[in-house]
Design a protein around this ligand. Sequence first.
Ligand SMILES: [Zn+2]
Length: 275
Amino acid sequence: MKRSIQVYGISSLVILLGSLFIISCAQNALTGKSQLSLVSEQEIQALSLTQYQDFLKTSTVIAPAKDARAQMVQRVGKKITASVEAYFAEKNNKDFLKGYQWEYNLVKNDTTINAWCMPGGKIVVYTGILPVTKNETALAFVMGHEVSHALLQHGNKRMSESMIQELGGSVLSAAISSKPKETQDLFMRAYGIGTTVGIMLPFSREQELEADKFGLLWAAKSGYDPTEAMAFWERMQKSKSGEAPPEFLSTHPSDATRIQKIKEYLPEALKFYKK
Ligand SMILES: [Zn+2]
């Protein structure tokens, strides 16, 4: 009798833990990996849209009509996102991009070497990164990398981890209504929306390498020569001495690892390369 109660107790615990795992983990369509997710893609896209609109109101967006740089950001962005859409269509998984409405902005900020893409497809490139990218192909690597962070749901993972640490693991909708300011701050740090890197939570080494890899594939699929990637990342690393290193120059991965990995991704990227 005692034994059967014990067995019953343990199996209930297993079922309980199992269901918690199902609730709080989501499988990513690109990597097939499960990751912690206390925020649904739908919730995070809604919050992203609000923050994005606030950001644009307080920033100087350069209109593409008369600016060749802004036109380039639009052109590269459209090619990269068309490749992403084609990829998911080929995989019969268009639903993964549900809610995505791409927008591409060049924002005037010459001292910040940065770019980002929010869940839902809102992309911002700062003018400060253009002297480092130097050419359209390198901009494609940057934009591909940022779009990949969004698609790989890296920000969602950081946000979920912070919600456990700082907001007691409440779900996003509850956190927004009970602690709006704290939730918004967490969001800004998790997605790197602020202009200062100091307030941003770093991505892990593994996440950066994943974003590099898929970014390279999208760029190649869009017609940008992936063999230029090594020279670009070397150029980026030299710009590290500046006061505001971009998120993709966080301390992980090390320079040598990054360049080595890019070399390893090249054969696959070349299969995607459309001349
Ligand atoms: Zn990154």
